[in-house]
Design a protein around this ligand. Structure first.
Ligand code: MN
Length: 329
């Protein structure tokens, strides 16, 4: 008996506003990962798929720990960059990539972009990764509060991506795992829609049924608006025998009919990448005319539809009253 992956699960969903799921994932224990693609047309989907297959192909490397995770993400970067520079339709595409490699009681995390890794231990949850995003840079430098960041029109702008440059700077670090630890890797379609305390509550309540946990997380993100693709990969560390008895259910749901009807003609704020040195130049002040213009481009939410319907109803009622009044005179 030694520490290892006792159970794992994944759920990935298009959400309620996007036409396609441009997230991809890797569940090849002891290697797990999430990639959230970006780029015009279907390039985002190509980028995240290329990055995920680079991880799958490199699953049996001779390297270990941070060296291996770093090499895997560099290989993903090389493949995406090569395609982006050779195929005009894929120009400028890229992807986030957050990876976890379990080697006994050591979990190595590799990370680029704004997908996240979390650790749930003893009823508390810790965000392990630091978002490479415009709003996180601004929060760290004291220019934005966490609340302002959540609603910022440029919250999808990332400062680092896999595949946009010949080389990528990878954050890599290790975590000493304990019996019972639950790790979560997820795309921003989950964390933008669901508060950390609610993610913790779902993971803690379903710690022995991770399949149920990830499905509940996706459902919660859709209830919260489902504005982006949602992907959640979870695994639990425990004392395991050498013959691993893990369960998995792969889900890659297409939107159902009800969801399709709600898909907006224009996607909401899209992911894009800017280099850190251009952050100041690219920043749009919250409440500025540019920010309001960006906000107006977002599709009307349910509240907007209800307001519109009520307004129409009131106008109709006034018209009827005027008509009746005119006829009776
Ligand atoms: Mn996303």
């Amino acid at each position: 008996m030694s520490l290892g992956v006792a159970q794992y699960a994944v759920a990935s969903d298009t959400g309620r506003k996007r036409r396609r799921n441009e997230d991809n994932y890797v569940v090849e224990p002891p290697l797990f990962g999430v990639a959230d693609g970006m780029g015009g047309a279907q390039a985002g989907e190509v980028a995240s798929k290329l990055a995920a297959s680079a991880l799958e192909d490199g699953s049996d490397g001779a390297l270990h720990g941070q060296d291996r995770v770093g090499a895997l993400i560099q290989e993903a970067n090389r493949r995406v960059y090569e395609r982006a520079t050779s195929d005009p339709a894929a120009s400028g595409m890229g992807t986030t990539m957050t990876v976890a490699l379990v080697e006994g009681g050591i979990v190595t995390i590799g990370h680029v972009g704004d997908s996240r890794a979390y650790l749930v231990r003893d009823g508390r949850m810790e965000q392990l990764t630091d978002d490479h995003s415009l709003v996180n840079e601004l929060v760290k430098s004291g220019k934005l509060t966490a609340e302002e960041a959540e609603a910022h029109p440029q919250r999808s702008v990332i400062t680092r991506a896999v595949g946009t440059d010949p080389d990528v700077d990878v954050d890599a670090f290790t975590v000493d795992a304990q019996d019972g630890d639950v790790f979560l890797i997820c795309s921003d379609g989950l964390t933008d829609m669901v508060e950390d305390e609610d993610i913790l509550e779902v993971l803690d309540r379903n710690r022995s049924d991770l399949d149920r946990a990830v499905k509940s997380l996706v459902a919660a993100a859709n209830r919260g608006g489902g504005e982006d693709n949602i992907t959640a990969v979870a695994f639990r560390i425990a004392e395991v025998a050498d013959d691993l008895d893990a369960t998995v259910e792969l889900r890659r749901d297409e939107p159902d009919e009800e969801t399709k009807e709600q898909i907006a003609p224009e996607p909401p704020v899209d992911t894009m990448v800017i280099p850190p040195e251009r952050i100041e130049a690219e920043l749009i002040e919250p409440g500025s005319p540019e920010a309001r213009a960006l906000a107006r481009r977002e599709p009307m939410g349910n509240a907007g539809r209800v307001r519109l319907a009520l307004t129409m109803l009131v106008l109709l009622a006034i018209a009827v009253v005027l008509l009746v009044w005119g006829l009776l005179r």
